[in-house]
Design a protein around this ligand. Structure first.
Ligand SMILES: [Zn+2]
Length: 610
């Protein structure tokens, strides 16, 4: 209890929130446990109220990391972890990996399917040069099955961590295909043995479980169907009065985090101590119970019914709010959702995959907007358009309908093509107007407010004369909204026009890449650097082939042609595109690899346009 005594003394001396409850107490290794037992429980609402009063006034905030927990209800909670706590979490994971594989992992992949999560690679000194890759697969998920599986083969022989719902969704999608990690670590929510078996069978590797909560990290290590408490925490199970009990709420005290020590924190999970000692000889073992306010919402005659808790955790993970699930008379599972903006099709396909992972692969899954209506039909929620191009097109059509002076409108840009769609890509709207009017500016502003990532550009045919590449792109990469571009006066550019623009463009593009690669001011997101490099390299590819009479600018067609022609810059362009679109993990921020692919893109522009 030396570690606990040290943590309690730290809280008494340096954390305002505890100064009253621990004031003047002599804390020793011998009495630490009983001092802790007399402290009041710390609930999420207490953390919101106390806020910075839970932060340590000693030491500096260097290396503190803020974690924001989503939870299944209410506003997110912010907790800060210091470097020691972060190090302890990695050390625990390393011990777990070493126990199973007999060797440490050089790379650990943490997989997420959450549209807004950032993909990034971090390098740690302990053990030397360990990489942690947080990989958001939601973009790759939109790819065809075979391509998606090829992306996942990056995981072969590696250690993978993920929430059970994420691994279950991946198992459902991957099926019989060969993706073979060395080890899968499931964490973050209750793991049923059914999900563990599906994951083990699909990925053909050992599966271990951790009990982790965002505000602490790893608090329990899986053993048989239960868990042992991590040595970095004091874990207890208490009844409603805070008294230790055989079954009740899990409360946890951090022994490592001095930045914001959470003492007797109520996790919101329920558990039961095992009566018998564990065969492994470790401390007491507990089992998590997922019975808290959980209803079975669908069964579909399968080994594992779907509960409301699983639905809540799944949807917290997928950017879908207000989901209700029920089973209709035919046994189909109906997922009702309300989200603003509505989820895109790849999110819905992930939800469907997770439902099938729970209820069996043959389960029919339907989606319906709005809440299920017990009696009278209820009005469907007013929703804003999603970021999916064809739905944006439908919305823009409605906005432009009946407005005078518009000859044609199309969506264009890399968002139209899964080959080039990145988190930084805009959806470009080009509206061909008869003349310039003040109304266009107002329309563009209101559209920008309404749809994130939309860039509305109003122009006349005369405005586009000076933009030959844009004209070619409008005529070959477009999602029509209204009117006809050719009749509106947009013409295919001549080679002379393109050649003149290309040499001017390549100077600017190379200068932009040079500035990016040599800038010392900030450490940009590697994915953003890859996006810029890939975007310019693909434009160079467009000029290259347009000048050689291939009348298209569609990236997939150009890449296939470049493959056939064995163009030397192609492998570099493909690699940079894969990073930009998150099909492959990026290098860590500040890595020389980023400078390398930026200069490679520069060389590609030179080669393609010489
Ligand atoms: Zn055990």
């Amino acid at each position: 209890m030396t570690a606990l005594a040290a943590q309690l003394r730290h809280a008494r001396d340096h954390v305002p929130h505890y100064q009253t409850s621990l004031q003047g107490l002599e804390i020793t290794a011998a009495n630490a446990a009983s001092v802790l037992g007399r402290l009041p429980l710390l609930r999420r609402s207490d953390i919101r109220t106390a806020r910075a009063r839970l932060w340590s006034s000693a030491g500096t905030a260097d290396g503190w990391r803020t974690v924001r927990t989503s939870g299944t209800t209410g506003t997110p909670l912010e907790v800060v972890l210091d470097e020691t706590a972060q190090h302890a979490e990695r050390a625990t994971l390393n011990r777990l990996v070493t126990d199973v594989l007999g060797t440490t992992a050089r790379t650990v992949f943490h997989l997420v399917l959450h549209a807004s999560a950032r993909t990034r690679t971090s390098v740690f000194p302990d053990p030397p040069a360990t990489r942690l890759v947080k990989w958001n697969l939601s973009r790759a998920w939109a790819l065809p099955d075979a391509t998606f599986v090829r992306c996942l083969q990056e995981l072969d022989g590696q250690v993978v961590t993920a929430m059970p719902s994420v691994m279950a969704a991946l198992a459902d999608r991957v099926g019989e295909s060969a993706v073979r990690p060395a080890l899968v670590v499931l964490s973050g929510e209750t793991v049923t043995s059914w999900v563990r078996d599906v994951v083990a069978r699909t990925f053909g590797c050992p599966v271990v479980t951790m009990y982790a909560i965002a505000e602490f990290g790893i608090v329990g290590l899986g053993c048989a169907n239960g868990y042992h408490a991590s040595e970095d925490v004091v874990l207890d199970i208490v009844d409603d009065t805070g008294t230790p009990a055989a079954e009740g709420e899990v409360i946890v005290t951090s022994l490592t985090n001095r930045a914001m020590p959470l003492l007797r924190y109520v996790t919101g999970d329920r558990a039961r101590w095992d009566a018998e000692p564990c065969e492994c000889g470790a401390s007491r073992r507990f089992r998590l119970l997922d019975t808290r306010s959980v209803r079975v919402v669908a069964a579909a005659g399968t080994p594992h019914p779907l509960t409301s808790l699983e639905i809540a955790k799944l949807t917290a993970n997928l950017d879908v709010e207000k989901v209700a699930v029920h089973q209709d008379a035919t046994g189909s599972v109906v997922v009702h959702y309300q989200a603003d903006p509505p989820p895109d099709t790849s999110t819905l396909s992930m939800v469907a995959a997770s439902v099938r992972a729970a209820l069996g692969p043959a389960t029919a899954v339907r989606f319906a907007e709005g809440q299920p209506s017990p009696g009278d039909p209820q009005p469907v929620a007013q929703v804003r358009p999603p970021s999916e191009p064809h739905r944006i097109a439908g919305w823009v059509r409605g906005v432009l309908d009946g407005i005078d002076g518009i000859r044609a409108a199309v969506l264009t840009g890399s968002a139209l093509s899964p080959e080039t769609f990145t988190r930084y890509s805009d959806v470009d709207l080009v509206v061909l107007a008869e003349d310039d009017r003040p109304l266009w500016r107002e329309l563009a502003k209101s559209m920008h407010t309404h749809v994130k990532g939309l860039r509305a550009n109003f122009a006349t045919a005369a405005d586009l004369v000076e933009s030959p590449l844009l004209r070619a792109r409008l005529l070959s990469e477009r999602l029509p909204i209204t009117g006809d571009l050719t009749r509106a006066g947009v013409t295919w550019p001549t080679k002379d026009e393109l050649g003149a623009q290309a040499s001017f463009w390549s100077q600017n593009a190379k200068a932009a890449l040079w500035t990016r690669a040599t800038s010392q001011e900030t450490t940009p997101d590697p994915i953003q650097s890859a996006y810029l490099a890939a975007k310019l390299a693909v434009d160079a590819l467009r000029y290259h082939y347009l000048l050689r009479d291939l009348p298209t600018t569609v990236p997939a067609t150009l890449l296939a042609q470049a493959e056939e022609d064995e163009l030397p810059p192609l492998p570099g362009i493909r690699h940079t595109l894969a990073i930009a679109t998150e099909r492959t993990p990026p290098p860590p921020p500040g890595s020389p690899d980023i400078e390398a692919f930026t200069f490679e893109a520069r060389a590609a522009i030179d080669w393609l346009l010489r």
